[in-house]
Design a protein around this ligand. Sequence first.
Ligand code: BES
Ligand code: ZN
Length: 908
Amino acid sequence: MRDATPTVIRREDYTAPAFWIRSVDLTFELDPAKTLVINRMQVERNEAVPPAPLRLHGEDLNLTRVLVNGESVSFRHEDGLLVIDSLQGVPPGPFLLEIRNTCCPEKNTRLSGLYTSGNGFFTQCEAEGFRRITYFLDRPDVMAVYTVTLRANKAAYPVLLSNGNLVEQGDLEDGLNGPRHYAKWHDPFPKPSYLFALVAADLVAREQHIRTRAGKNHLLQVWVRRGDLDKTEHAMQSLIASVVWDEARFKLALDLERFMIVAVEDFNMGAMENKGLNIFNTKYVLASPATATDENYAGIESVVGHEYFHNWTGNRITCRDWFQLSLKEGLTVFRDQEFSMDMSGSPAPEDGATPVIGARAVRRIEDVRRLREVQFPEDAGPMAHPVRPDSYVEINNFYTTTVYEKGAEVVRMMNTLVGREGFARGMSLYFERHDGQAVTCDDFAQAIADANPGSALARALAQFKRWYSQAGTPKLTARGRYDPPTRTYTLGLEQAAGRADALGQQPFVIPLAIGLVGRDGQALPLQLEDEPPTSATQRVLVLEEARSFFTFINVDSEPVPSLLRGFSAPVQLVDGLVDADLLVLLQHDPDPFNRWEAAQRLAMNRLLAVVRDGAPDELDAPFIAAMRSVLRHAELDPAFKELVLTLPSEAYIAEQLVPAPVDPQRIYAARRSMLAQLARALRADWEWAFDAHQIVGAYTPDPLSAGKRALANRALAMLCLDAAALGEAVWPGRAFQRFKDAGNMTDRLGALSALVNSNAELAEPALTRFHELFRHEALVIDNWFALQATAPETDGRVFERAKRLLRHPDFSLRNPNRARSLLQALCAGNPSAFHRADGAGYAFWADRVLELDAINPQLASRMARIADRWAQLDEPYRGAARAAVARVAAKADLSNDVREIVTHALES
Ligand code: BES
Ligand code: ZN
């Protein structure tokens, strides 16, 4: 809502509700212009708290009737709440509250609550959308049993869905537009209102019956528009795999007779875990080899898994209040990450052992890369907050990478501290204690610790929980000293708060997985003083103090420390390793993550020298040789090679420069030059890589094939880049041919981006042809917009093109995917086009944020976050960016969503 002084909600102010709603009976007369909602609730006073009036949430509703036990009562409106004072003194025991209201789905451009998309009705209730459907105690600790009746025109809305089980359906008397029908659903599990969902549309389903270990039968359905059915196989396979995985890994079985996924084209987020009726952005459901890339396929698997896993971690046990969001999101991201790793084909290593270099390690590297590129900057910027925030204005602004990805790392650290089996025991105890409840992050951590008495987690639980309460990325500084006479190696470790304003922060519990690698490449046994000899070459040190020392004995020669293996804690490591050390790790580290990290560090050191110190940008032979040896390596996984040969992103380079002012154009130039040199110096190797990683036969999205395609496409991009520098036509010609002939979208888009990113002449005809081919495939057209908006800038042409694309007949701000495909791509995905010396990029950003805010504040607010880091920029960027943020902040009727973001940004 738009009010002048937005209210700040504080975690410490939590109080239990004054009333419980035990059950709800909802009837919907669905009409796009005016939907009638009849809401009958069984309510009772919460006798554990002092009597108070009943205050129901409601937003953008027309109230037509309020009855208590069938009698009308007086009520009033106060701060957007419906208040019934007379219920303050109601005797204990249930009473019936009936409310009738209408709402207008077709005008609901916020896509929160009940809205229309295409020709159907859909809902999105998390976090506070239910109050846009009817009056309610719209908070997650109020859990009710829902019975829902949908009534609608039969021809327009042949499919009527809600949570739980279908109990009745049939025809109704004709309406103005012809025959009508109804369906009645009942969900036996009490749930908070944010998990309510309904769908009424013209859809078809792919169906699959499965039998779980307990011998129960279940029906799985994936609902899509007619014509999309052939793109649902992968989503269905992913769903089946999710059901099987959760039972195998955590003994968590599907608890519903029917589990449905529905795809919708207009959706703010990726997907939503409504009980038994998950609603998904089409992007995370629809895939065919011709239209979806390997990345899209992997995205579907992980999002389907994520939402399915919420059925236990989120739905069966939910959050007491929204400050506990990471209870469900951090844990469920951890679970979907583990699922994707287990699905990648490589087996999980024993506790404490290093994984082999393969698809599993590749997934971990990708997860960490995202964490460091997005979460670390958030933790260093104006929107920094703990995994469990202390306050918010708009809860939608706290579905952040800190709550999600850092939250998942916190769960992962628990897993590391108690071991894989200990963690599974902890999960069982968590469900034993809290099934059916709305709980806090403390309850979760307590269960994991209690199931593992004697573990480092149990011993230091209170301190460990600082990960939930202290914001900022801790900095961990390591100094190693080898003493030849005593053959000892002493590792000194010091942790410090990462944020300058983090005064008074206490040390964290940091699980630090380490190994020592001999300069000959041998992994050395790790025997601490006072310990018996061991053959273990990896172990987890648990840091609890601000400073700690570990002395290893019987170390024959000076080792290279391999610290923070697998990225065992979300910290910024400063280990002082020099090039020679990093080259040893790149060649020999048995830990795949650190091996990759060594290459990234080698590249980063060179990039920073150029950007920060103005060093010449010529690449040295040892670096080139190291890259060549990875590319040509006989055993390494192609996907892993591709990751090693992908340079750190511009955003990540920028973060390494801070606190020095950031000049995005210098970063771009340095990175581009490094790419060009790698393209030239490894030309023959790229040619080999391209030829050697062709796949014959039908498309499958498995990790090995995807890895080969990724490496071949990377090679093609480098070859086109080099061709552009030399003015050659052969490789662009081959790329164009491949673009035309490609048997799958990964290769087609790979070839197209090779042309676009090297500014090849053939890029234009290819883009035109691509649009013609796919103009009816919305998700492909999203990629078409994004590709053009992320092309490397030359003379402002990409920026001009992006502005032109705003007026393209296919462009719309109303569809979130489409809006993101152009705007997010340009403003967040293309620093060289966005950060212009004349500030036009920032002005463009401000205009779009304001435009979007009037349509969809949640989406606008996510766009607004792009300017978070303006204060780190060098002039002339800084002044222009600040002016743009200030212009947005000056708008009088800004949403609370955007206001909260720009207010914080201006304070930085
Ligand atoms: N519960 C969220 C969806 C959501 C987020 C609803 C914010 C309302 C506001 C869902 O489980 C989720 O986390 N979805 C993610 C994808 C997931 C794989 C991390 C999303 O939509 O981005
Ligand atoms: Zn989630």
